[in-house]
Design a binder for this molecule. Sequence first.
Ligand code: NAP
Length: 281
Amino acid sequence: MPIQFFETPPVRRVGVIGWPIEHSISPAMHTAAFEALGLHGWHYDRYAIPPDIVRISLREFRDHGFVGLNVTVPLKEAVVPFVRPDEVALAVGAVNTITFRGNEGTNTDVRGFIDDLAAHGVAVAGQPVVVLGAGGAARAAVYGLSRAGAVVHIANRTPDRARALFAHMGLPERLIAPDAIAALGPALVVNTTPLGMAGGGEPAALPFDPAALTTPTVVYDMVYRPAETPLLAAARAHGHTALNGLGMLVRQGAAAFSLWTGAEAPIDVMFAAARAALEPR
Ligand code: NAP
């Protein structure tokens, strides 16, 4: 009997770096997508990288032939000097996806968020919208929303941080107090603060009270753990549309997946894997 040779597919490594990283559901999402498309040889793993060794770590990943990386808290800003950031990453000031071919850094959080709004039929062009918070996630939201033609306001605990955000993006400074949001009649209110996050300390805390809203509003919470935050529960109870951040997470992952593999991401497979990974064991 002739010897049969089976060709082993070349190993293609990708992953996510952060500190800490053990709660990331990205490996589950990407692994399911590789399997669904028969992309044998692709591996996605999580790597805990302390911020003080991010530069040398990136070099190690690159030298070991990694195709790319996702980057999460608290490293999204720290990696910017060590890659070639594209226009979106520069505007947001943060990179969440690196492709080592060309050493390019981009920010697919923007696309993940905007694609998720579109998938839910949320139209923002010409509409007043409010972003709660002014950190990294807020920068992605403000950039995406302003590019989509929305009139963006920010409510943040530290107003100077919101001012700096508007200045960095060359946008008019529109600060708003939480108790003035209802009078604005916003089409959309986006929570980008960690308030309401499981394990976040104050599970019942609301970044603003949707009970005051008098016009139909989409309330989007970037938090997805728990699936229904106190903010979303309150919004729903008052008849508003409530969306959590899982769609954003999956869609930013899908955009990174396509950048690395050149294949269209199987979104439904990624959603199912993400939901399964979030279920309590
Ligand atoms: P960050 O850079 O630390 O910014 C956090 C923001 O929340 C700051 O503006 C901060 O206000 C505000 N904040 C924090 N604690 C607060 C409190 N107790 N009361 C009022 N405001 C408070 O964090 P980030 O990277 O933007 O992430 C924020 C959240 O978005 C996290 O829960 C993260 O998991 C989520 N996220 C989700 C996705 C997704 O795909 N769904 C993507 C990115 C991020 P100050 O400026 O006053 O400190």
